[in-house]
Write a protein that binds this ligand. Structure first.
Ligand SMILES: C[S@@+](CC[C@H](N)C(=O)[O-])C[C@H]1O[C@@H](n2cnc3c(N)ncnc32)[C@H](O)[C@@H]1O
Length: 228
């Protein structure tokens, strides 16, 4: 347990400790170090990246959203501000420590995000309930088999007109390195074309993809195909 988990936060998250399905993903346990790394990587302008992600995901007022692999919750909190009181945002992560910090940040910012401990390979949500699933710099934490399980789960929880936005590192072809890519180098990268193929395997149709405009980050936006 890290120092980021306060006494008041422990009991709520503790309740889910024993029920967590196994994951072959790389789960993080140092939320303060993670936030510091992100702050350095974006030179204090992380909020601009998060707003860009919400725009790319077309997140709108009143929507129900999952941020899968939410880490310390910054995107989930921004998403909740965007969907407003009529909308719902779940932040899901396998890490108690990341979630504890996420809850703390959420309380501090005065928005109610529903943080839940669980794994991407078996999303703890019912079928066809969500307008959107977001997942930023998380897919590369999963091995191949788990990626397909995750994509299949995304398809299952999305409403008939739902959409998914995946953002991840493409990998540098020019050997340029950022602090962020250095931090993630041991975990690998995922090419956008592989994300498109993965989502297609799960029955999701890509409608837009390309560079996010920050380092080597790429996005893929896909939907449940019409009438499927
Ligand atoms: C690099 S962080 C990204 C966090 C956040 N999405 C962001 O944009 O800052 C990846 C997160 O995925 C979580 N994670 C890894 N494998 C997972 C799994 N199988 N299920 C749920 N979360 C997972 C890690 O614990 C970590 O918090």
């Amino acid at each position: 347990m890290t120092d980021a988990v306060s006494k008041t936060e422990k009991p709520r998250l503790q309740a889910t400790r024993d029920q967590l399905p196994r994951t072959s993903g790389i789960v993080l346990h140092s939320p303060r170090l993670y936030d510091l790394t992100v702050w350095l990587a974006f030179l204090g302008k992380e909020h601009l990246f998060r707003q860009k992600v919400l725009n790319l995901g077309r997140i709108a007022s009143g929507e129900s959203v999952i941020d899968a692999g939410c880490g310390t919750g910054t995107l989930a909190i921004a998403a909740k501000k965007r969907v407003g009181a009529a909308g719902t945002v779940y932040g899901l992560d396998a890490s108690m420590e990341m979630l504890a910090r996420a809850e703390k940040k959420s309380r501090r910012s005065g928005v109610e995000v529903l943080f839940k401990r669980g794994v991407a390979e078996a999303l703890p949500f019912p079928d066809a309930q969500f307008n959107a699933v977001l997942s930023t710099v998380m897919l590369h934490h999963l091995p191949q088999k788990a990626r397909l399980q995750f994509a299949t789960e995304i398809r299952r929880v999305l409403k008939p007109d739902g959409r998914v936005l995946i953002v991840d590192f493409e990998g540098f072809s020019d050997q340029k390195r950022s602090i962020l890519s250095h931090f993630h180098r041991p975990h690998g990268h995922v090419r956008a074309q592989d994300i498109v193929a993965l989502l297609a395997q799960a029955g999701l149709k890509t409608i837009e993809s390309g560079p996010v405009g920050i380092r080597d980050l790429q996005f893929v936006l896909a939907t449940v195909p019409c009438c499927s």
